[in-house]
Design a protein around this ligand. Structure first.
Ligand SMILES: Cc1cc2nc3c(=O)[nH]c(=O)nc-3n(C[C@H](O)[C@H](O)[C@H](O)COP(=O)(O)OP(=O)(O)OC[C@H]3O[C@@H](n4cnc5c(N)ncnc54)[C@H](O)[C@@H]3O)c2cc1C
Length: 166
């Protein structure tokens, strides 16, 4: 929470805006907002590394790259390259590479709280109403609240076949 924020008559701190969620969407919103103001509060529940860099798009592509390389062994014979039958996947080595790359991917977003100082808040935001949000027990007023909380997959019922994104 900023040290000396503006206050409403009821003594709530005022910031403009509050961004809820520090994933790719929230960080992108932050970049835009900071072109106009530093009076921003970024709230994030959990790890600051973003879904994309920590467990999503980026590490999955690093894993798929190894899979694709192995898959291409089937085309080698035709090219006159012999011995592809002997290739094998060393799963621990594949995963060690993915994890090493992943640790590099999320270094940037993970350092967001260090860069933003008291403008970054770790905790779960709760919307109270228009322009009012609760952060770690403190009610904050904001002219705008940008929601970027990501999504979670949810399955309905036991053994449900379809998965939805909520
Ligand atoms: C394995 C995998 C592979 C993927 N591959 C691709 C791909 O190739 N291409 C692609 O485009 N997309 C891909 N995605 C999807 C992509 O990763 C997500 O769409 C994207 O990361 C979502 O970003 P976000 O900012 O919306 O949410 P997130 O990065 O999930 O960030 C949301 C943040 O908000 C926080 N939060 C939620 N509620 C609150 C609250 N009330 N208060 C405070 N904080 C809160 C969460 O804890 C989280 O930290 C993939 C996803 C997975 C899992």
């Amino acid at each position: 929470m900023p040290r000396n924020p503006r206050r409403t008559p009821t003594n709530d701190p005022v910031v403009d805006p509050v961004i809820v969620g520090a994933g790719s969407a929230g960080l992108s919103a932050l970049r835009e907002v900071r072109r106009y103001t530093d009076d921003v509060l970024l709230v994030n529940d959990g790890h600051w590394g973003t879904t994309c860099a920590a467990v999503g798009c980026m590490p999955s592509k690093a894993l798929i790259k190894a899979e694709n390389a192995f898959h291409r062994r089937g085309a080698l014979e035709e090219l006159g390259v012999r011995g592809a039958d002997g290739l094998r996947v060393d799963i621990p080595a594949v995963l060690a590479r993915v994890r090493k790359m992943r640790d590099g991917f999320f270094k940037g977003p993970e350092s967001t709280p260090d860069k933003l100082g008291d403008r970054a808040v770790s905790g779960r935001a709760r919307l109270l109403g228009p322009g009012r949000v609760q952060l770690n027990g403190v009610t904050v007023s904001a002219r705008a609240i940008i929601l970027a909380p990501g999504a979670r997959r949810s399955c309905r019922g036991r053994g449900a076949r379809s998965a939805t994104v909520s």
